[in-house]
Design a protein around this ligand. Structure first.
Ligand code: ADP
Ligand code: MG
Length: 265
């Protein structure tokens, strides 16, 4: 078994075509170790989400180009994998929680059907077995009455509840890797801490490694062991969290810390 859950080498993303083409992720390399929480920070527009979407195989091929030397998930090379093959990994071995709490949910289906579909698709569970597994998963992310939630439609639930369902779906197959892209920034402040704590708790239980994308340095300090700092498509710093806060190497990292202390970030 390799030590890294995710091994990314020289990942680049270009958006647009012809004269409009822009490189928004520029030769990014990093390693996510098994079971760790690695933070990815940087100002809005620096390429964090495009990095995540490229790894997940979620960028539309016509309008974007992903280049990489390596996108390795444990033993598996995901680079250049056909989209059908990638769909087998996505949601089972690597999954994602999005910023928008309803992004993973379809408005026209009840929650129960949607959580169950993960178990049916990736685990081959029958209808009733999938429903039982879904109820257990929803209990694990803090719903005291899973039956009620399973009967609801997404619009009947709060953003925080939808995000906990998103976490339940992402964690249903005990993935090796979870990419959480600002998973709580769309929620109200009181809900943010609870949902994030739930996400981290679920990942620790399942020994899932997390790439935690955030602009909140308080979150970095609280939950992650190491951090990557991104600026204008490039990684400019990689450090343990202790080093990041006490002796940042990069000028830009220092300015992020100063802004955070001033309450501006
Ligand atoms: N659909 C798009 N078309 C063109 N440019 C885009 C599109 N989506 C994002 N971008 C650009 O790509 C860059 C990286 O975006 P993104 O990865 O979403 O940043 P972050 O998640 O760090 O805020 C940004 O500069 C943004 O303007
Ligand atoms: Mg983003």
């Amino acid at each position: 078994m390799t030590a890294s859950a995710l091994d990314i080498r020289h990942l680049s993303v270009d958006l647009g075509s012809g004269k409009e083409r822009r490189t928004v992720v520029d030769s990014v390399s990093f390693e996510l170790r098994r079971g760790e929480v690695l933070a990815l920070v940087g100002e809005s527009g620096c390429g964090k989400s495009k990095t995540a979407e490229a790894i997940m195989g979620l960028l539309p091929p016509g309008r974007s180009r992903v280049r990489a030397e390596r996108i390795r998930l444990g033993e598996h090379e995901l680079k250049d994998l056909p989209s059908r093959a990638m769909r087998k990994f996505r949601g089972r071995d690597i999954s994602m929680v999005f910023q928008e709490p309803r992004a993973a949910l379809d408005p026209v289906f009840r929650v129960g059907q949607q959580v169950s579909s993960v178990f049916r698709r990736h685990r081959g569970h029958s209808g009733s077995k999938a429903r039982t597994a879904s109820a257990e998963m929803l209990l694990r992310v803090g719903f005291a009455e899973p039956g009620r939630v399973m009967r609801a439609y997404p619009h009947e639930l709060s953003g925080g509840m939808c995000q906990r369902i998103g976490i339940a779906m992402a964690m249903a197959c005990r993935p090796q890797v979870l990419i959480a892209d600002e998973p709580t920034s769309a929620l109200d402040v009181t809900t943010q801490a609870q949902v994030l704590a739930q996400l981290i708790r679920s990942c620790r239980q399942e020994e899932t490694a997390v790439l935690l994308i955030t602009h909140d340095l308080g979150v970095v300090a609280q939950y992650s062991q190491r951090a990557l700092v991104m600026r204008q498509g490039k990684l400019v710093e990689e450090a343990s969290v202790a080093d990041l806060f006490t002796r940042p190497h990069n000028e830009y990292t220092r300015s992020l810390l100063t802004m955070a202390q001033a309450g501006m970030a």
